[in-house]
Design a protein around this ligand. Sequence first.
Ligand SMILES: NC(=O)c1ccc[n+]([C@@H]2O[C@H](COP(=O)([O-])OP(=O)(O)OC[C@H]3O[C@@H](n4cnc5c(N)ncnc54)[C@H](O)[C@@H]3O)[C@@H](O)[C@H]2O)c1
Length: 327
Amino acid sequence: MERILVCGGAGYIGSHMVRRLLDEGFDVTVFDSFETGHREAVPRGVEVFEGTLNDPGDVRRALKAKSFDAVFHFAARIQVGESVGHPSLYYGNNVAGTLNLLRAMVERGIGKFVFSSSAAVYGTPLEIPIREDHPLAPINPYGWTKRMVEQILADFWRAYGLASVSLRYFNACGADPQGRIGESHDPETHLIPNILKSALSKSPGPVTVFGDDYPTPDGTCVRDYVHVCDLAEAHLNALESIWNAPGARAYNLGNGLGFSVKEVLAAAERVLGMNIGYRVAPRREGDPAYLVADSTLAMRELHWRPRFASLEEILETALRWHRRPRY
Ligand SMILES: NC(=O)c1ccc[n+]([C@@H]2O[C@H](COP(=O)([O-])OP(=O)(O)OC[C@H]3O[C@@H](n4cnc5c(N)ncnc54)[C@H](O)[C@@H]3O)[C@@H](O)[C@H]2O)c1
């Protein structure tokens, strides 16, 4: 049985990965600081190592706990706006923290790594859909942290033989179809949970739409929504691909379908069976009009197929969680 360490396994995407790994029969250990993650998101019986990547001692101790075959790394600070105001926090946590992890892996001879990268590595796209060979030109510190780690991974493969796959997620969304875990960020900056939280609250207020004067068909931003369970699936495929052909590679993970903010609102109205009010606020700095993935490479090389393609299906799973959030 393969032993996997999941860093950030108490967070939104990491906790879905943990469930999937358990379902597949892996031996799973979670490493998390619980800064933004939730203890309740980790199933009972899973070994949890509480610590921070910022402390090399914590990381070394965790990696010594077992002879891990691979590390899945979800732990990061994730707010683009905050990264602009506090770059030190982001470079410290996301880059220096990851470097601590990678150094400890090299020391322990653990040679397989799957990294949560982001569409933020591309910055403002020059072409849509975005392919992996699009220039990497982040426009905020968050995006730079992802790009820097990808570079470190390329260099660690060449120098130390540490094999990796970087998965560039587009907009992660949805929840465990059984409603056991889901998205719970504070503050929540993502559209779908904000729509659902607002619609389900006792006194539903309008959802804020940032900008309706973009050069898109209805003036609102178009994004590529990819289900969190499809992301988890891609990690398993990535691990297999590292076994079969080690290297340092990066793949986009998106549905390839773009939906505007207003289209997401309309789909949420259909799923909830109610009207949802919205108010238009000024554009947020650094929000491109379109962010849509070309995931052909992941489909071809990782044999990955997103299963949750329709907005309605995605929203239904998210709704199941938001009706009865447990944390
Ligand atoms: N949510 C998205 O739409 C999205 C899109 C692209 C990329 N990503 C990336 O996916 C990953 C997971 O995102 P998420 O939405 O699940 O975030 P999240 O905040 O829900 O989860 C992150 C987890 O990492 C832990 N963590 C953070 N810093 C840590 C540290 N220094 N040491 C130990 N644990 C630490 C947190 O406590 C939390 O449990 C992140 O790397 C993020 O950048 C997310």
